[in-house]
Ligand binder design. Structure first.
Ligand SMILES: [Zn+2]
Ligand SMILES: [Zn+2]
Length: 316
């Protein structure tokens, strides 16, 4: 072979490496001198297809988790949410890959390995392996992707109240009507009536107030409550465990406020604690009332135990 031509083609080959799947292309290239453009197109296609799949997994995962959560709201908790998400996600990916047409002989598969709560409780981690093969050449790649749970529905309140009725969903809020009161009253908890017509957020939103002690400024607390934010929590269940109907779990989780209906007077000093996982618990804890807002007609209150007062910087 002409030495100069050899060097030039080696160089162009090196330049192409970042844009191609490594091992795969080395074996496919037979005649780099005469067909560089068609090889470039082919490798671009492989690169594109694999990246397209990679970019799509988070979007498909979020859609799948959203669907499962909505099913839980209608039909009740699942036993093993990680397995349910994993199976449904695998099915969806298989369907998408079956519909895709790749260049002759090219095969792309994706195996979902696991679905887990991230170290950050607002993240769900999806681990998978992508397999690419053409003829006898195989390329495998393990990927780990983070899905934000923001914007997904909170199904736990519906599971908790299911014995008494289905709370209403209006825009991004849950309206409990009498069902949460009935749930609490059934456990003989006094002052449960403050939760008649209570509300809580329907969609997960991460609270932007950091550190959490700035909630001690009641304007921040009011804004947090009105926006329906969620907070990181050692005791509150993570998103995946909520799908199983758990209010607490071993993972680092999330919590939100359950908001009693506004009151004409401020006579309630103590009532069941307004933190979701505490209120939904089998044994109940009481909290002291905090008037986070009042106007001429109404008092707006939540009730917090000492631990949560400390967490949110409330000393009133
Ligand atoms: Zn907040
Ligand atoms: Zn969990």
């Amino acid at each position: 072979m002409d030495e100069k031509g050899y060097i030039v083609s080696s160089l162009s080959f090196l330049l192409m490496i970042p844009a191609i799947l490594l091992v795969f292309i080395i074996f496919t290239v037979n005649n780099i001198g005469t067909e560089p453009s068609s090889i470039a197109i082919q490798s671009k296609n492989v690169f594109y297809e694999v990246n397209d799949l990679k970019n799509n997994i988070p979007r498909i995962s979020k859609k799948v988790i959203n669907e499962i959560s909505m099913q839980v709201i209608d039909r009740g908790a699942v036993n093993d949410s990680r397995e349910v998400v994993k199976e449904k996600l695998q099915l969806k990916i298989n369907q998408i890959l079956a519909k895709s047409e790749f260049n002759d002989g090219l095969r792309i598969n994706c195996t979902v390995l696991s679905v887990e709560t991230g170290d950050d409780p607002f993240i769900i981690q999806i681990n998978s392996t992508i397999h690419v093969s053409k003829n006898t050449v195989v390329h495998e790649e393990n990927i780990s992707q983070n899905i934000s749970i923001e914007g997904l529905p909170d199904c736990l309140p519906f599971i908790v109240c299911s014995e008494f009725g289905k709370p209403e969903i209006i825009e991004d809020k849950i309206y409990y009507n009498s069902y949460l009161f009935e749930f609490l009253n059934n456990k003989n908890i006094s002052n449960s009536e403050v939760y008649i017509n209570a509300t809580s957020p329907f969609l997960i939103k991460k609270c932007p107030y950091h550190p959490y002690t700035v909630h001690g400024n009641l304007l921040n607390l009011k804004n947090c409550i009105e926006n329906g934010y969620y907070h990181e929590s050692n005791d509150g269940a993570c998103y995946l465990c909520r799908l199983e109907g758990k209010n607490t779990c071993p993972h680092y989780g999330i919590e939100t406020f359950i908001i009693p209906q506004c009151m004409k007077n401020s006579t309630f000093i103590m009532a069941p604690c307004s933190i979701d996982h505490v209120l939904f618990n089998k044994t109940s804890f009481y909290g002291m009332g905090i008037d986070y807002y009042q106007n001429n007609l109404y008092y707006y209150k939540i009730f917090l135990d000492n631990g949560h007062r400390l967490k949110y910087g409330i000393n009133h």
